[in-house]
Design a protein around this ligand. Structure first.
Ligand SMILES: Nc1ncnc2c1ncn2[C@@H]1O[C@H](COP(=O)(O)OP(=O)(O)O)[C@@H](O)[C@H]1O
Ligand SMILES: [Mg+2]
Length: 449
């Protein structure tokens, strides 16, 4: 019997049992199955087991053909639905062949946990099932419900200001990142706070859950925030603050409010604000009044959102802590430092990013010694160059020497890049030109000079 038939029967049994047990909710449906039923942020009974839904849920082109031989199945050609004519028989057929699947399907676990031939329990299955807010389909259906109409009418779009990632779309986990002890402790602390938010609310401790990541570019701030979303199964709502200036000005403040509204609807979630120094910069400069208004709205919205009450974890990040003013600082209850990695960390980062490779004579500590001042992001770039250079020589075997050579190239290129940063001063690119005026925006290069 093909696993295709098992997939389709599991789908039909699940929809049947979910309709029958009204106390079950969306978190009792496996993600592959519930993805086809979202409508405006919820799933309504009865679940329609159409051929099309079965096709998508089971990932099978011809779901009916996979089960048409079974005597307990039927298809209604007119309505396009599949059904189980004798559910008990379907249950027995399924459990004889795939009782081990029950543990991964809370709806089935609920119905079958007391049977002798089933080794699964409902509570565990539900705990291990991915929560709904991790589904892209859920996020999209919510956004469509609350925000689609208005956007299409106005030219400007609230969704330009945010980028939303479902945990299932994030590839990076905390295991892929090399963190300092302090970073790990802070992350553990926040994970505990999230787990115990009801308790914290009860004892009146609400000033928690606003983190500021501070450090030079390429030290893992964005990656850590995203990985946290992945590990905690939380949607990741990224606010692109720089978009505030490019928006149609009159509507910007309103759109900032909408961003927070989105975050509250998607909660529990992470609300991430990169380039937070933008806020302070705007307050200082003589920007357009509408932009200032938008930034003030932003600060007010930050004050009004809370991990304990709204289930929104706020993370800000900045490469320029020196530019933040007191008003910006005081909105965060934890500052987490992202320093450039030390020797030990660089060696560990090299180990992590080469995990899937074999490198001859690989000596991470020796490479770490040669890469003082480089960030995790720089090290990734070095590795990429080493791989590409080897490919140019038609080699897929990588050696320590390739990495050493790539480090030298990187340092050379980094020097050139610094020259390139001097805006409009082309003389500086000529050998012997005066480069003493180098300065200004330093995003993107990560060496101290
Ligand atoms: N400590 C680290 N451990 C592993 N990878 C890192 C680390 N720091 C940076 N990287 C890698 O460098 C790249 C850029 O990191 P990113 O998170 O965008 O840095 P930032 O947001 O601080 O500028 C990512 O691919 C990330 O995986
Ligand atoms: Mg970043």
């Amino acid at each position: 019997m093909s696993s295709g038939a098992l997939d389709v029967i599991e789908f039909l049994l699940t929809t049947h049992l979910y309709d029958k047990h009204q106390n079950l909710d969306e978190n009792d449906l496996p993600p592959e199955i519930r993805q086809v039923f979202w409508h405006e942020g919820s799933i309504e009974r009865p679940l329609r087991a159409t051929v099309e839904n079965a096709r998508e849920a089971a990932g099978l082109d011809r779901p009916w053909e996979a089960i048409s031989d079974l005597m307990f199945t039927d298809r209604d050609e007119f309505s396009g639905t599949l059904e189980l004519t004798q559910p008990e028989m379907a249950e027995k057929w399924f459990l004889d062949r795939a009782a081990d699947r029950v543990a991964a399907n809370p709806t089935l676990a609920y119905a079958f946990e007391d049977r002798d031939d089933v080794d699964a329990d409902y509570e565990t299955a539900r705990d291990e099932n991915r929560p709904v807010q991790a589904d892209r389909a859920w996020i999209d259906s919510l956004l469509a419900e609350h925000f689609s109409d208005e956007e299409e009418e106005d030219g400007e779009n609230m969704l330009d200001l945010v980028d939303i990632h479902a945990p299932e779309e994030v590839e990076l986990t905390l295991d892929d990142l090399v963190l300092t002890e302090n970073q790990e402790d802070e992350i553990k602390k926040i994970v505990k706070a999230i787990e115990h938010r009801e308790y914290l609310s009860r004892i009146g401790l609400r000033e928690i859950g606003k983190l500021l990541f501070v450090g030079p570019p390429g030290t893992g701030k964005t990656s850590t925030a995203r990985a946290l979303g992945y590990d905690l199964d939380l949607p990741f709502v990224e606010v692109k603050l720089s978009m505030i200036t490019s928006q149609y000005l009159g509507e910007t403040a309103k759109n900032v409010e909408k961003v927070f509204e989105v975050a509250k609807r998607l909660s529990p979630c992470i609300l991430f604000m990169d380039e937070f120094d933008f806020v302070a910069k705007t307050r200082r400069s003589d920007e357009h009044a509408a932009i200032k208004r938008a930034v003030n709205t932003l600060l007010k919205s930050i004050d009004n959102i809370s991990l304990i009450q709204d289930d929104v974890l706020l993370i800000g990040a900045t490469n320029h802590p020196d530019q933040l003013d007191a008003a910006a600082w005081r909105r965060f209850d934890e500052i987490i430092n992202f320093p450039k990695p030390d020797d030990q960390m660089r060696a560990d980062i090299l180990r992590v990013i080469t995990r899937e490779m074999h490198i001859e004579d690989f000596d991470p500590p020796a490479l770490a010694e040669r890469t003082e001042g480089l960030t995790g992001s720089d090290l990734r770039m070095v590795l990429r160059e080493a791989v590409l250079d080897a490919l140019m020589e038609n080699r897929t075997d990588l050696r320590q020497d390739d990495l050493l050579r790539a480090i030298e190239d990187f340092e050379e290129r980094d020097n050139l890049k610094d020259l390139d940063m001097i805006e409009g001063d082309h003389d500086a690119l000529v050998a012997g030109g005066d480069i003493s005026g180098a300065g200004g925006e330093d995003d993107g290069h990560s060496h101290d000079h």
